[in-house]
Design a binder for this molecule. Structure first.
Ligand code: ALL
Length: 361
């Protein structure tokens, strides 16, 4: 279950190696576009045990004595989602550039719905007595009790990406700072852009993430606000749990039940790709799709006019900001309990082609 481990200057050794492989889409018939897949290769020695991470502490110290180096655990969601492999890479680069100021332990779960897997990852990090946990919670409510145990154990906890439920935190008497974007505003930008391309009264459908995830809820609200403002009709809303294959099935069913649907608003890019495969399999060329995350496979689909737009929430920087916050708290910094809002930008073919253009000499 433990997918990846320790990043610092002594990176060799027990390592999970990520490789981005561009695979022909064979999963969904009719899909010709390249889809990106993350291939995680677990090297021997990783062993899937949290204990293995602890042995790396203290570069070059063969005496076994504790070097009291700060250890920060990044706990993410599904590493099968490119968004999180990008996040991990950003955090690893940051750790590598920190001149050994801290040791980074990188963890993730195997699929989006493995809540108990993420809870047990946090338990393992508590058992290892890490200095801080930076977590993108798979669920806004279910992770609170184990994070409370972490705080009680004296571990600094920073919440990134998906905000923990304010009510549940309050009843637990916890204050955990959040670092992440305004998901509602990001989705509104994407929805507004789709609305520009459709005529008033057109039918659209929304693919939701895990329903108890705050960021998924906010994105749905942002999409709804954009549709309402433009006079577009949401005729179906369905959770595909952030997953590509579930989005594929859900979209196929939606297109059958509502053949006049002209737009699909997916709360993340994995689901946008699943929707794209279903749209193509149905032989439809009149359905526009938008997503959220700006992963490379969706960038490619945007360039090919198969997906209309997405939102970049700068996943590679999100964990870095969380780690910076954790380091600040560990150094006894002030103001750490305040939330920090990060950027979210609309990405369309125009932004991508501007980025693709070589800079003038
Ligand atoms: C959210 C992220 C991404 C991602 C999704 C799936 O928390 O913000 O949009 O695609 O998780 O786990």
């Amino acid at each position: 279950m433990l997918i990846a481990q320790v990043a610092n200057e002594g990176r060799a050794g027990m390592w999970a190696v990520e490789q981005m492989a561009m695979l022909r889409c064979v999963t969904f018939s009719g899909c010709r576009s390249w889809l990106s897949a993350v291939v995680l290769v677990l090297l021997a020695g990783c062993g899937g045990q949290a204990d293995s991470a602890a042995t790396v502490t203290g570069k070059g110290d063969s005496s076994g004595a504790s070097t009291e180096k700060l250890r920060i655990a990044l706990v993410m969601k599904s590493l099968a989602n490119e968004f999180f492999s990008t996040m991990a890479r950003g955090a690893e680069d940051y750790a590598a550039a920190s001149n050994g100021e801290f040791e980074l332990l990188v963890n993730g779960i195997q699929d989006e719905t493995d809540l108990s897997g993420q809870v047990s990852l946090v338990e393992q990090m508590i058992a290892q007595q890490v200095s801080a946990i930076v977590i993108a919670p798979a669920d806004s409510q279910a992770l609170v009790p184990v994070l409370q145990r972490a705080v009680e154990a004296g571990i600094v906890v920073i919440n990134i990406d998906n905000r923990l439920d304010a009510g549940v935190l309050q009843s637990a008497g916890l204050t955990i700072p959040f670092v992440g974007p305004d998901n509602r505003a990001g989705a509104r930008k994407v929805g507004d852009y789709l609305a520009l391309k459709l005529t008033k009264g057109a039918e659209v459908a929304v693919l939701e993430g895990i329903e108890t995830s705050f960021n998924g809820q906010q994105r749905k609200l942002g999409f709804e606000a954009a549709m309402e403002a433009a006079g577009l009709r949401i005729v179906a809303t369905q959770s595909a749990q952030w997953e590509m294959s579930q989005a594929n099935q859900a979209t196929a069913a939606i297109l059958t039940a509502h053949p006049d649907v002209k737009g699909i608003l997916a709360c993340n890019d994995s689901m946008a790709l699943g929707a794209l495969a279903a749209v193509r399999a149905a032989g439809r060329t009149d359905v526009m799709i938008v997503g959220f995350d700006n992963i490379t496979a969706v960038q490619q689909a945007i360039r090919e006019n198969q997906v209309l737009a997405t939102a970049d929430q700068h996943g590679d920087q999100l964990a870095v900001y969380g780690i910076e916050y954790a380091l600040q708290a560990l150094r006894g910094g002030e103001g750490v309990v305040e939330d920090r809002e990060t950027a979210v930008d609309l990405i369309t073919a125009a932004e991508l082609s501007a980025a693709d253009k070589p800079e003038k000499p």
